[in-house]
Design a protein around this ligand. Structure first.
Ligand code: SF4
Length: 358
């Protein structure tokens, strides 16, 4: 009987692979190993991350033998939604369960005709930031490239639109899962995937210097954000213990090199925590860190997480900090608070869900 070239000659490995573990190069290699021409990889990518096909069987423009060949070798399982919280301002927060039972969070933030999706790059997080619910829950595992792209695509589908922006700012430290994070970004950027422009794709890191240096060398114009939260080493070590191996002085050097090499301006995220990093001495250190090079400071009134002892400064102090920065010639903005009537802070929904089940 005639066979589709290559599709059934390969032995089927008893260990099936999760299709979400493949990045673009991996998909291309898998299709090539099945004897397929290069355009088949683009077709499969479009079905997986553009059209969100829930099974290989739905990929109707692939030959039946190829669909079967893929189904014999790969698992295809979308994240399953466990909970959705809807805020009065339209923000929606999602708790997903992945095939092995771990859960992660994403947030959809609509603004006018735009939709920004904040997604996770790890299940849990090892960085241990004191103001973060995820940090308190510990690390479970790295996410796969497809698991990242699916979070964004599924949220966009739930809103009935496409995502204009996506930020890797949910659970996890993206640069401790570098390869998969890049794989996810490329699915989101791919014209056959979510087709989100590279400049509208942002990675937020705690300041993992080797990751920043690699990211600067990537060909795409992805955007970088750094969670700074204090420019005083002692304070930063206390509130972001996982970041202490990349000291502030070396971080600034890496960021200045990044702007010079990549020609792009990073954002410094600064979650204002009353009495901890909003004092005059702290803001003077922030000015000294951010002045004189191409950066933007985004002030974020902290989203208080019960049990962390953190609270946001009052509006007057937030405005004062912004004006101190601007008077020093530093571009600064104050993030508009979204989803404040739901568990919007990273990790809160997951903790509440676990507590409810336990
Ligand atoms: S703030 Fe981000 S890096 Fe810090 S513990 Fe939470 S998820 Fe991890």
């Amino acid at each position: 009987m005639a066979r589709e070239p290559g599709t059934t000659d390969l032995p089927v490995s008893p260990a099936r692979q999760d299709i979400a573990s493949l990045d673009q190069a991996g998909l291309a290699a898998a299709l090539a190993a099945l004897g397929q021409p290069a355009y088949r990889a683009r077709q499969v990518l479009a079905w997986l991350y553009g059209r969100l096909a829930p099974s290989f069987d739905e990929m109707t423009d692939l030959p039946a033998s190829l669909r079967q060949g893929l189904a014999d070798r790969f698992d295809l399982t979308h994240p399953v939604v466990l909970d959705v919280q809807r805020a009065s301002d339209g923000t929606r927060k999602y708790l997903w369960e992945l095939p092995d039972g771990v859960s992660v969070e994403s947030v959809g933030i609509p603004l006018g005709d735009r939709l920004t999706v904040c997604y996770s790059t790890q299940a849990g997080c090892a960085m241990g930031c004191t103001f973060c619910a995820t940090g308190r829950g510990g690390f479970a595992r790295n996410l796969l490239p497809g698991e990242m792209a699916w979070q964004v695509a599924l949220v966009a589908r739930d809103f009935g639109t496409r995502a204009s922006n996506a930020v890797a700012m949910g659970q996890g430290e993206p640069f401790l899962n570098y390869e998969a994070t890049l794989g996810g970004l490329r699915f989101l950027n791919a014209p056959d995937g979510q087709a989100i422009g590279a400049r509208h794709l942002t990675v937020s890191t705690c300041g993992v210097i080797p990751g920043i240096r690699r990211f600067a060398a990537e060909p795409e114009q992805f955007t970088l954000a750094v969670s700074l939260h204090s420019a005083v080493q002692e304070t930063r070590d206390r509130i972001m213990p996982g970041a202490c191996k990349w000291p502030l002085r070396a971080l600034k050097t890496a960021l200045v090199d990044y702007t010079a090499g990549a020609g792009r301006r990073p954002t410094l995220e600064y979650a204002l925590i009353a009495g901890q990093n909003d004092t005059h001495a702290e803001i003077a250190a922030l000015v000294s860190f951010a002045r004189g090079w191409l950066c933007h400071v985004n002030l974020i009134p902290v989203n208080p997480v019960p049990g962390t002892g953190t609270s946001r400064p009052d509006d007057r102090r937030i405005a004062e900090v912004a004006s101190v920065l601007r008077n020093a010639g530093i571009e600064a903005s104050v993030r508009v608070e979204r989803g404040s009537d739901i568990d919007a802070a990273c990790g809160q929904l997951s903790q509440r869900y676990r507590a409810g089940r336990g």
